[in-house]
Design a protein around this ligand. Structure first.
Ligand code: PGA
Length: 253
């Protein structure tokens, strides 16, 4: 059976925490213990956390057998070699990672990551058996200019040019840049409009059940209304993933 579908054959919800550059060993231990204790309440939802590289070992040690997955926030497109400061997909797999974010807007804007590079990173992750979470989203200026659909299409083009079996192994996260860390989430209808576009685009490739997450100021209080939308399959959560009870509320929604 496809692990991304539930027993009824419906797309399984997925909630991923993106810790960004937060935490230390003591704080992480408390957070991870809190997640492990509360996870049964999340039901059949898939839950994972993407932690800073130095804490992958800690996530590995704490989360094994917990039902919570873990992963990283970036990966090199290279397999190995003289790439000082980079971390390969095989290294992530070595630490038990199941997931890795690629193309987060903070990497696109602060590190100049191109759409092509993001696709190469997704391929590197797939080759190591990881699930890449490909992040896309428009800026406020692009939204105001009515360019949202074009921006998403452009950002996704190199990944959707991969073969359908590879595309089927991706997760896509729609994260409007203006909603990230601002407290101003997209409305469920706004997010659904973009998710619907992405859904029809991937369905054309013969991949109707790809999981599409929404990200941008998701909290316990707005998760249920977002998840009620037909094409929102879960969330990529930044700030609210740093507080166990809040993150678990989202997973339980
Ligand atoms: P936020 O971040 O939930 O803090 O808005 C989301 C993200 O950047 O993945």
């Amino acid at each position: 059976m496809d692990a991304t579908l539930d027993t009824a054959g419906k797309r399984k919800r997925l909630v991923i925490g993106n810790w960004k550059m937060h935490g230390n060993q003591a704080v992480n231990a408390t957070l991870l213990d809190g997640l492990c204790a509360g996870i049964p309440a999340a039901g059949s939802c898939d839950v994972a956390v993407c932690v800073p590289f130095p804490y992958l070992g800690q996530a590995y040690a704490k989360l094994q057998g917990s039902g919570i997955g873990w992963g990283a926030q970036d990966v090199s497109r290279h397999e190995q070699g003289a790439f000082t400061g980079e971390v390969s997909a095989a290294m992530l797999a070595d630490f038990g990672c199941g997931w890795v974010l690629v193309g987060h807007s903070e990497r696109r804007s602060m590190h100049g990551e191109s759409d092509e590079l993001v696709a190469e990173k997704a391929v590197a992750a797939l080759n190591a058996g990881l699930t890449p979470v490909v992040c896309v989203g428009e800026t406020l200026a692009e939204q105001d200019a009515g360019q949202t659909a074009d921006v998403i299409e452009r950002q996704l083009a190199p990944v959707l040019a991969l073969s359908a079996p590879l595309v089927a192994r991706l997760v896509i996260a729609y994260e409007p840049v203006w909603a990230i860390g601002t407290g101003r989430s997209a409305s469920p209808e706004q997010a659904q409009a973009v998710h619907g576009l992405i859904r029809s685009r991937v369905a054309k490739l013969g991949v109707p059940d790809l999981r599409i997450l929404y990200g941008g100021s998701v909290k316990g209080s707005n998760a249920a209304s977002l998840f009620a939308m037909p094409d929102i399959d879960g969330a990529l959560v930044g700030g609210a993933s740093l507080v166990a009870e809040e993150f678990l509320r989202i997973a339980a929604a």
